[in-house]
Design a protein around this ligand. Structure first.
Ligand code: NAD
Length: 264
């Protein structure tokens, strides 16, 4: 669906070369916002993606390859946004990784990477985006947390710690901006079928000797009462709502879209 409610705004979506971030970037482009993509992937494929979104939605697109685990690269990306677009109006902290293991077996470097990418990167982008947003007295910061920012699962210690941290950081950001035109909220998705989750489907299929389809059903049956995946497009529509005037007083929420996961 295309509208022009965000025309003239610039949205930076971290980790937008795939999955949820890409879905959100496309939804913002559909609402008329210029997009700064970020994330890993093949350079030619990313250039093609950028061009396709620019053409489909008649918006400007750009790309920065900052590694979200590195503060200096995040600074370079935010400087690039300022030089190309005069700053970031909408910041979506979405880049994230997962690793599944019991605590005593959890690789230390995986713990450090998950905390850096899924949590600390949001601090760095936010601290660098806020001055420009305050000057304009308008801004939207949307943190892609997870149901694991609200409840836990075994074997996901780093991810659960990072996502609970991100929900807390969202609340502090909302309080520090409460008297401004800047809002900060978190979105907490349940299972979304992206490459990050497909890895867990594959692991389940291998462990339990299941087909791909049966492994998906088993994963959903365990946690997500609707039995259906949430889609990147549905999450994108919620993110666009957060950027609307109707959401001016939605501040500091952790909004789950999870097929009933945390209602249990
Ligand atoms: P994905 O693997 O499809 O996409 C992750 C994106 O982040 C990719 O663009 C990747 O290149 C990028 N990325 C990874 N490490 C990076 C780094 N160091 N620097 C820059 N970019 C990096 O995963 P997804 O499922 O779309 O996940 C996106 C976000 O949504 C994550 O924060 C994840 O925790 C969260 N989430 C996902 C689900 C789900 O079910 N898929 C559920 C809840 C929350």
């Amino acid at each position: 669906m295309q509208n022009h409610s965000l025309k003239g705004k610039t949205a930076l979506v971290t980790g937008s070369t795939s999955g949820i971030g890409l879905g959100i970037a496309r939804s913002f482009a559909g609402a008329g916002a210029n997009i700064i993509f970020n994330g890993f992937g093949d350079a030619q494929e990313i250039a093609a993606l950028q061009a396709a979104v620019a053409q489909e939605f008649s918006v400007k697109t750009a790309y920065h390859n900052a590694d979200m685990s590195k503060a200096a690269e995040i600074t370079a990306m935010m400087d690039y946004a300022t030089s190309q677009f005069g700053g970031v109006d909408i910041l979506v902290n979405n880049a994230g990784i997962q690793h599944v293991a019991n605590i005593e077996d959890f690789p230390v470097e995986k713990w450090d990477a998950i905390i850096a990418i899924n949590l600390s990167s949001a601090f760095h982008t936010t601290r660098l985006a806020l001055p420009g947003m305050k000057t304009k007295n308008w801004g939207r910061i949307i943190n892609i947390a997870s149901v694991h920012g609200l409840v836990a699962s075994a074997q996901k210690s780093a991810y659960v710690a990072a996502k609970h941290g991100l929900v807390g950081f969202t609340k502090t950001t909302a309080l520090e901006t409460a008297h401004t035109g800047i809002t900060c909220n978190a979105i907490c998705p349940g299972w979304v079928l992206t490459p990050l989750v497909q890895k867990q489907v594959d692991a389940r299929a291998a462990a339990d000797k299941l087909s791909n389809d049966d492994a998906k059903k088993a994963l959903l049956a365990e946690k997500q009462p609707s039995g259906e995946f949430v889609t990147p497009e549905q999450l994108g529509a919620l993110a666009v709502f957060f950027c609307s005037d109707a959401a001016n007083q939605v501040r500091g929420v952790a909004w789950n879209m999870d097929g009933g996961w945390v209602a249990q």
